[in-house]
Design a protein around this ligand. Structure first.
Ligand code: HEC
Length: 140
């Protein structure tokens, strides 16, 4: 199941890779809301970081695990400011999941910096559980 999700996520990144490189041209449709626009760029970046982190965990490349985790962490404030299209009334839950996700990604980065590959791997699996939890409630 998780593997399938990752493959789908990676496929999305590859098919959208071209558009992703050009700020402002993301998606065909225009979003009047700049925050929403950021949100839509954030998710393909998450999928890319996820693929890199998993590859790096397998190789024991803790530096990449830490740096990719930090890329995700840099977006958390924007993630929390975003409003999902689906279930927008449950924004409190959305933000709670975002906080839990941030904590797991922060733990991943901290353990990677300490050279603890096993710990970083376990923390990142928890973070991936949050991706799925949030998508189950808030992704159309
Ligand atoms: C706090 C909520 C939340 C978390 C955490 C989250 N996502 Fe998402 N994600 C969403 C929502 C909501 C959408 C649907 C976006 C929309 O409305 O178009 C989405 C969409 C996506 C998409 C589709 C992108 C697109 O442009 O349609 C991908 C890929 C994705 N997420 C990957 C991830 C990965 C990988 C993680 C974890 C490393 C993650 N997400 C964590 C809420 C979240």
């Amino acid at each position: 199941m998780k593997k399938v999700c990752l493959l789908v996520a990676v496929a999305i990144v590859f098919t959208r890779g071209g558009a992703f490189a050009h700020e402002g041209e993301v998606h065909g449709k225009k979003h009047s809301d700049a925050q929403m626009d950021k949100f839509h760029r954030m998710m393909p970046m998450y999928a890319q970081a996820q693929a890199k982190i998993k590859g790096a965990l397998e190789k024991g490349d803790v530096a990449t695990v830490a740096s990719e985790s930090e890329k995700i962490l840099a977006t958390i404030e924007d993630l929390k400011k975003s409003r999902p299209h689906k279930n927008p009334k449950h924004l409190g839950t959305f933000r709670k999941i975002a906080d839990a996700f941030a904590a797991d990604v922060r733990a991943t980065a901290t353990m990677a910096r300490r050279g603890d590959v096993t710990g970083a791997g376990a923390a990142f699996r928890k973070a991936e559980g949050r991706c799925n939890e949030c998508h189950a409630g808030f992704r159309d």
